[in-house]
Design a protein around this ligand. Structure first.
Ligand code: NAP
Length: 340
């Protein structure tokens, strides 16, 4: 069966490279075009980007592909889908331009995540929010995946919120350097140091899970960048209606099953519950489920909020590129991709 070609916007960056890597062996989609800034347009992909991902490099034909400008008219005919890994400032104008040209855009950028007409989707949690796409004008659309910490938090809270609505949540994160792209933050800030997050990560982590869960509750987040390559770890303290026991919470986490149709990139189990005292850890657990599972551990009673736990996910797989591809799979499985 022929695969659906996809344009990757921001193809030379940290998330863009992960998208390239994941599309190479995808059963439904393939690389259709590689877009980046005017600094890169016109170059071979191999000359425009320094490959920074672990493991085997892509085959030579990928490095020989031309990089084109980030504009619909620069993309070859026959492509109607774009995965965006653009910086937020660029996404603000580039993604609506692709939508206006009839593209279905699935975005990692934060620019439109809180737009009331743009779905913010974790396929296993809130696939029915796809219907919001009907509110957008024309045949094109923008769909977003959440911030790299909001994804694991949304997944970990979903089975709890379903049984015991979240009343309040406090989060602290320890975030990997790859989350800031390349070159990211200065070595001066990271080496031998812990760096309170300079961006707007805390706002995203506060508001996005509420949109995903379709709920409103007080939420407070503190985010720091640490000298870890990949994998964001969070400490979560939650007040849940009905005040469930630790055993009930563990059972709900273990029993959670995806609300989406079967999708190639969705792992089983989605939530890996670990009862060891020293887990989850980024180095040991970020790659569970091919980087797509969420690890939850240290589920304990909290004397202040009721329940506390740690959760962890790989930021460029489950928190970004893998999340976008999963959303693309959901669109395809539900017949919502624009026709070429
Ligand atoms: P990055 O490594 O800095 O890559 C940025 C990409 O955007 C590069 O391909 C760059 O192309 C391109 N670009 C920059 N300015 C452009 C312009 N004016 N026009 C067209 N293309 C332009 O960033 P990243 O970490 O991959 O992040 C990409 C997006 O994903 C961001 O919105 C980020 O917030 C989001 N995100 C990242 C993570 C993560 O873990 N890293 C997780 C979740 C979400 P050139 O090489 O030509 O400059």
């Amino acid at each position: 069966m022929s695969r659906i070609p996809v344009a990757i916007l921001g193809a030379t960056g940290m998330v863009g490279q992960r998208l390239v890597q994941l599309l190479l062996n995808h059963p439904w989609f393939e690389i259709g075009a590689l877009c980046a800034s005017e600094r890169s347009a016109g170059k071979r992909y191999g000359d425009a980007c320094t490959w920074r991902l672990e493991g085997d490099e892509p085959p030579a034909w990928v490095f020989d592909l031309p990089v084109v400008s980030t504009a619909p008219e620069a993309v070859p005919d026959g492509i109607r889908v774009a995965l965006s890994a653009l910086p937020g400032s660029t996404a603000k104008t580039a993604e609506p331009a692709f939508r206006a040209a009839g593209y279905g855009v699935v975005s990692n950028a934060s620019s439109f995540r809180m737009d009331p007409d743009v779905p913010l989707i974790i396929p296993e949690v809130n696939p029915s929010d796809l219907s919001w796409l009907d509110r957008q004008p024309g045949t094109g659309f923008i769909l977003t995946n959440p911030n790299c910490c909001a994804v694991p938090l949304g997944i970990a809270l979903a089975p709890l919120h379903e049984k015991w609505p979240v009343e309040a949540v406090c989060i602290s994160s320890w975030q990997a350097v790859s989350g800031a792209g390349y070159p990211g933050e200065s070595a001066w800030d990271i080496v031998g140091n812990v760096h309170p997050h300079p961006g707007d990560e805390e706002e995203k982590l506060t508001e996005e899970p509420q949109k995903i869960l379709g709920a409103s509750f007080p939420s407070s987040a503190r985010c720091v960048r640490v000298g870890v390559a990949d994998g964001h770890l969070m400490s979560v303290q939650a007040r849940l209606a009905g005040d469930p026991s630790v055993e009930e919470v563990l059972e709900a986490l273990r029993g959670f099953t995806s609300r989406a149709p079967e999708l190639p990139s969705s792992p089983t189990p989605l939530i890996h519950v670990d009862t060891r005292r020293d887990r989850p850890q980024p180095r040991l657990d970020a790659m569970r489920g091919n980087g797509m599972a969420v690890s939850v551990g240290r589920v304990e009673a909290c004397p202040v909020m009721g329940i506390k736990f740690y959760c962890l996910a790989h930021n460029t797989f489950r928190g970004a590129a893998g999340a976008a591809i999963l959303n693309l799979e959901l669109l395809h499985a539900t017949g919502r991709l624009p026709a070429a």
